[in-house]
Design a protein around this ligand. Structure first.
Ligand SMILES: Nc1nc2c(ncn2[C@@H]2O[C@H](COP(=O)(O)OP(=O)(O)O)[C@@H](O)[C@H]2O)c(=O)[nH]1
Ligand SMILES: [Mg+2]
Length: 251
C-alpha cells in the first residue's frame, strides 16, 4: 500500500485538508482538540481515482494510507517519524500566508529523506480576496521548491473549507504516485505499543497467509499471539508494506 504524508507550516491547513479529503479527522487526541493543533501523527486512508489515461479502471481502485504530521517546531521529531517511510508528500501551504519557516524546514527534511514525489496543495484559497495574490504566492513557492525533491511537483490551489478543487488534488496525487516505483516489502513490521506494558516489546514476527497477518510477540513466558488484525477500518486484511493495522491481542 502506498503512503502519502503531509508536511508544511503549522496552521496552514494540513489536518483540515486530510479531513476534507478522507472524511477522517487525523487529530484524535484530547490535547490536540483542546490546543487546536496536531501534536502526534494522525492516520487516515483515501481512495484515489485512476491515474489520468487509465479512466477505464474502476474508480477508487487504489486506496492509499495518509499520515498527517504536526507542523509546529516543538513536534518536529513526530514529523520526522511520520515522513520516514512515505511514497509521496502532500505539501501544504496556506494561500493567504505563503511560504513560512516550517514550509522551508519541512521541505528541507523531505529533500534530505529524498521523498520521491509530491503534490503541493496551495490551500485556503477561499481566504484570499486580493487579486493577483495567489499568483504571487505561487511564484514565490515555485522558487522555494527549486532544487529540491519537490521541484517538479504540481501546485494545486484548493480550499478544504469550501471543497474547491479537491478532486483535482486527488487526481494529482494519483498521477504522481504512478511515477514512484513500489518499495520492497522487508516483512519487518514495527509495532509501537501504547498503554500498559512492562517493557518494550521483543522482536515481532509477522507471517502472512491467505487470511491475513499472523503476529507473534516473543515474551519471557513464551509466545503471545494476535487474534486478528484490523487495518483501515476493515478486519483481517493481509499486512503489506505501508499498511497500518492494529493487532487484537490474545492473552
Ligand atoms: N478559510 C480557510 N480556513 C482553513 C482552511 N483549512 C484550514 N483552515 C483553518 O486553518 C486553521 C488551521 O488548520 P489545521 O488544519 O489545524 O492546520 P495544520 O496545523 O496545518 O494541521 C484552522 O482554524 C482551520 O479551520 C481553508 O481551506 N480555508
Ligand atoms: Mg494539523
Amino acid at each position: 500500500m502506498r503512503v502519502i504524508g503531509t508536511a508544511g507550516h503549522v496552521d496552514h491547513g494540513k489536518s483540515t485538508l486530510v479531513l476534507a479529503l478522507t472524511g477522517i479527522d487525523p487529530d484524535r487526541l484530547r490535547e490536540e482538540k483542546e490546543r487546536e493543533m496536531t501534536i502526534d501523527l494522525g492516520f487516515a486512508w483515501l481512495a484515489l481515482p485512476p491515474p489520468s489515461g487509465a479512466e477505464g479502471a474502476a474508480p477508487g481502485s487504489e486506496t492509499v494510507g495518509v499520515i498527517d504530521v504536526p507542523g509546529h517546531i516543538d513536534f518536529i521529531k513526530n514529523m520526522l517519524a511520520g515522513v520516514g517511510g512515505i511514497d509521496a508528500a502532500l505539501f501544504v501551504v496556506a494561500a493567504d500566508e505563503g511560504v513560512m519557516p516550517q514550509t522551508r524546514e519541512h521541505l528541507a527534511i523531505l529533500d534530505l529523506l529524498q521523498v520521491p514525489a509530491g503534490v503541493v496543495a496551495l490551500t485556503k484559497t477561499d481566504a484570499v480576496t486580493e487579486d493577483g495574490w495567489i499568483e504571487l504566492v505561487q511564484a514565490d513557492l515555485a522558487g522555494t521548491l527549486q532544487g529540491t525533491c519537490l521541484e517538479s511537483a504540481p501546485i494545486v490551489p484548493v480550499s478544504a473549507r469550501t471543497g474547491a478543487d479537491l478532486p483535482k488534488l486527488k487526481q494529482a496525487l494519483a498521477d504522481v504516485l504512478t511515477t514512484v516505483p513500489p518499495r520492497r516489502d522487508k516483512g519487518a513490521p514495527r509495532l509501537p505499543v501504547r498503554g500498559v506494558h512492562p517493557r518494550p516489546p521483543d522482536p515481532l514476527r509477522l507471517a502472512r497467509d491467505a487470511r491475513g497477518p499472523r503476529l507473534g510477540l516473543r515474551r519471557p513466558a513464551g509466545d503471545g499471539g494476535a487474534r486478528g488484525a484490523r487495518g483501515h477500518g476493515q478486519g483481517h486484511r493481509p499486512g503489506r508494506r505501508g499498511h497500518r493495522g492494529r493487532p487484537a491481542g490474545a492473552g
